[in-house]
Write a protein that binds this ligand. Structure first.
Ligand code: NDP
Ligand code: MG
Length: 402
């Protein structure tokens, strides 16, 4: 089937344009000036990078969350004669995500801070490219119901989930009975072979140096603890509507196979490629077409041998105790994934600030889950309150640890 490319460029809001996913998105966008126009860019702290992006992509709006960076950006843009209008404040993120002139929203803010704008885009029926996995982990069923009622199209950007999406048949009404399980691959991060006894010595710099991917600090630490894979199991549960027992993880250090679907007849369909986030980003931007991503093609003749190992061995359980929490919180009271996410965001922040050790991230997550049993959230306000109270509990746990 030959699919027609749209005649009018897709108007994009890129939430978190100054981050790792945001800059990769703009890299892909720049390769296709006829397909995309940039309506709005948003950032938090990186004024110089936002200035550069505004001068190059000429968005109608640029938003910085806090006042001081917004003022700075406004002055710089004015001095360059730019017509881009500067906005400030988290509330305006929702406006830019749901604006009637926007077709597609790239959700690339890090953490639960991106939840409200994701829900706004979903409610407004946008094509929603979801990198911000924490938003779905926290939003859960409420997020999905906003997508359904708003008529939004949710497309995964996380490489594993994009791989699963690409490995499932197009007709989503038939595949459920045919799928035995999905298998998320995990690189194992920088500490896959490190002795568990020495993990308490890990520094933030060591935790942030991932062997295969260059990413923002928070997801880098999550990859080092494998909490990233924990969040991804939860993300997969919501995205594909699969029982947690049908979601498996395998460690694949080379990050070439991005994830797989095993069918009832034992056939396994996988998506492969070089580890470069521009591939799933280009897939999301171009879907249902395929567009150039700028990534290097995979050369099988020179690709290093691919290996796979069990994540559930005794040694990996000792290294990565957080991963198993995914299946536990999905069985627990609704709202538990949001509690785990909040605790983890606080713990990672405290680790990066040098307040707690690497292995204490898991202690904080576990203890917060023990202390704070949520009541089921039904609205965005419920979720935000739950998130705030779980953060308070995690901070309390940290104050008792240090
Ligand atoms: P970065 O830290 O590199 O970027 C985060 C972006 O969000 C930046 O634009 C940052 O602004 C902005 N931001 C930070 N805090 C806030 C806030 N409170 N309110 C509004 N905006 C904020 O993260 P990544 O790009 O690595 O990750 C983004 C999301 O994508 C995460 O959820 C991550 O899990 C997911 N993801 C990332 C992958 C990757 O390869 N990086 C792969 C798969 C998923 P500023 O920089 O100006 O401070
Ligand atoms: Mg991923």
């Amino acid at each position: 089937m030959i699919l027609k490319l749209p005649l009018k460029p897709q108007a994009l809001t890129i939430l978190g344009s100054t981050g790792s996913i945001g800059t990769s998105t703009l890299d892909v966008v720049a390769r296709h000036p006829n397909l995309f126009s940039v309506f709005a860019l948003t950032g938090a702290s990186k004024v110089d990078l936002m200035l550069e992006q505004c001068l190059r992509f000429k968005p109608i709006y640029a938003l910085m969350v806090e006042d001081a960076p917004a003022k700075q950006l406004e002055a710089l843009l004015q001095s360059k004669g730019s017509k881009t209008q500067v906005l400030r404040g988290a509330k305006n993120l929702d406006e830019l995500a749901s604006h009637p002139d926007v077709d597609t929203v790239m959700a690339a803010i890090v953490g639960a801070a991106g939840l409200s704008s994701c829900l706004a885009a979903a409610r407004a029926g946008k094509r929603l490219l979801l990198a911000n996995k924490e938003a779905l982990v926290v939003g859960g069923e409420l997020f999905l119901s906003e997508v359904r009622t708003g008529g939004a199209k949710l497309l995964p950007i996380d490489s594993e989930h994009s791989a699963i999406f690409q490995s499932l048949p197009e007709d989503s009404s038939t595949w459920r009975e045919c799928v035995e399980k999905i298998i998320l691959t995990a690189s194992g991060g920088p500490f896959r072979s490190r002795s568990p006894d020495t993990l308490h010595l890990v520094t933030p710099a060591e935790a942030c140096s991932h062997p295969n991917w260059v990413m923002g600090q928070k997801i880098s630490v999550d990859s080092a603890t494998m909490m990233n894979k924990c969040l991804e199991v939860i993300e997969a549960h919501y995205l594909f509507g699969l029982d947690p027992s049908k979601i498996d993880v395998v460690i694949h250090p080379q990050s070439i196979v991005h994830s797989m679907v095993e069918y009832k007849d034992t056939s396994v369909v996988a998506q492969l490629g070089t580890p470069d986030m521009r591939v799933p980003i280009a897939y999301g931007l171009g879907w249902p077409n395929r567009i150039e991503s700028g990534a290097k093609p995979l050369h099988f003749q020179t690709t290093p041998p691919m290996s796979f190992e069990d994540f559930d061995s005794n040694e990996h359980r000792a290294r990565f105790p957080g991963l198993l929490l995914a299946w536990e919180v999905l069985k627990a009271t609704p709202g538990s994934p949001a509690v785990l996410n909040a605790a983890n965001e606080i713990a990672v922040h405290s680790f990066l600030a040098g307040k707690i050790g690497f292995t204490q991230i898991h202690e904080v997550n576990l203890r917060t889950l023990e202390l704070f049993v949520p009541s089921a959230p039904h609205t965005l306000e419920d979720l935000l309150e739950l998130d705030a109270r779980a953060r308070q509990t995690a901070l309390q746990v940290i104050s008792e640890l240090v």
